[in-house]
Design a protein around this ligand. Structure first.
Ligand SMILES: [Mg+2]
Length: 373
């Protein structure tokens, strides 16, 4: 496809309403990667993607402006990266190699075309290095920006790694970041409330590692297939916080998950986050244990298996019978998850607060974080 007559670079004031659909598509479609598994690329009524395994993994996730992201915080490129990461993390969590995504987009007529172009760049940032194609989509007008992505993956002949396969004696392991997205959201929220403490300049495009971790999460998207190859017995991506997602795995498997203390399991991450948490008056362990949207992978492996990079052991699977020995551990968390053998005590983030999916946010709460799968 040839370039548009009016590019957003030439006129940053160009709005979606200033272009017809063809010109708008021409502004960003050439930025999208075709992908390694794509047999018929965009241009026909639908794309065709190889599924050599005979099965394919499929998942979808939607991002709604002012519910999952805010335009004053997130650039289009941020949102594109996040939309890709959270979908591909779900594919990876099944033990699959991501192959292709399709994207449906609703945009207000006054949205800058540059924002849409940024969205495409963000999708490409995540998808292109993995050989994942952005192979189709749809475009519609709307009152707010809505980005809906469906992602596909190839199991490469392996069984899917489900949440239900953890067995007592398995090692619990984690790959990726933990607590950083919650910390970034807390910094943004605090700065919105007038806080001027250290740790972040905040604001869209701010070059701060923690704010960036919230705006542009980076997940170990290749580690899911590696975990499957290494014999992972159960897996999911940590989208809603470690305790909550570990609870899902525990319930599905009918086991207890006993996580190591955060100071042990996440020593480096905890040291990185602790000063920021202290400045905001937040319990750093609340970020580590209940902070969502980092999209790390939580998996269980048979004892003795060499963990594939970048997985690190963070706990043990125990039989449910241990629950009685730990008094009301199961009911206390509602999730059959222990921390260092005891029901978790997390201050700074109440369970009701957490249940709404909004991480602790310092002086002012409320944020763009929402429960995900
Ligand atoms: Mg998930």
């Amino acid at each position: 496809m040839s370039g548009p007559a009016t590019t957003p670079d030439a006129d940053p004031g160009t709005r979606v309403r200033d272009l017809d659909e063809e010109a708008l598509l021409a502004a960003f479609v050439p930025l999208l990667p075709v992908g390694d598994a794509t047999l018929v690329p965009p241009g026909d009524d639908a794309a065709v993607v190889a599924a050599p395994d005979g099965r394919f993994v499929v998942t979808t996730d939607v991002l709604v402006e002012d519910r999952h992201f805010r335009r004053r915080w997130s650039t289009g490129r941020d949102v594109g990266r996040r939309a890709a990461v959270q979908n591909l993390a779900d594919v990876a969590a099944m033990g699959a190699r991501p192959t292709a995504v399709v994207v449906a987009l609703a945009v207000p007529s006054d949205l800058p075309v540059a924002w849409v172009v940024g969205l495409a760049q963000g999708l490409a940032d995540v998808c292109a290095p993995l050989g994942v194609g952005v192979v189709g989509g749809d475009l519609s007008g709307g009152d707010a920006v809505v980005v809906s992505v469906a992602a596909h993956g190839d199991l490469e002949g392996r069984p899917p790694v489900r949440r239900s396969g953890a067995r007592p004696g398995d090692v619990v392991a984690h790959a990726g970041r933990c607590g950083r997205s919650a910390a970034g959201l807390a910094l943004l929220t605090a700065h919105d409330a007038g806080w001027s403490g250290p740790g972040s300049a905040a604001g869209p495009g701010a070059d701060d590692e923690l704010v960036a971790a919230f705006l542009r999460p980076e997940a170990p998207l290749g580690a899911g297939a590696a975990a499957a190859r290494a014999g992972a017995t159960a897996m999911l991506d940590v989208s809603d916080g470690l305790l909550r997602d570990a609870g899902r795995l525990a319930r599905a498997s009918g086991v207890l998950v006993d996580l190591d203390a955060p100071a042990v399991a996440f020593a480096a991450e905890r040291a990185r986050l602790a000063p920021v948490a202290a400045a905001l008056g937040v319990d750093v362990d609340a970020w580590l244990l209940t902070g969502g949207e980092d999209h790390g992978l939580l998996a269980t492996f048979p004892s003795g298996v060499a963990l594939p990079e970048p997985f690190r052991a963070v706990g043990r699977v125990r039989p449910m019978a241990d629950a009685s020995a730990d008094a009301s551990a199961g009911t206390a968390t509602g999730a059959r998850v222990l921390v260092a053998g005891s029901p978790p005590h997390v201050t700074g983030t109440g369970w009701d607060h957490f249940a709404r999916g909004v991480p602790a946010a310092g002086p002012s709460s409320g944020g763009a974080g929402q429960p995900r799968r």
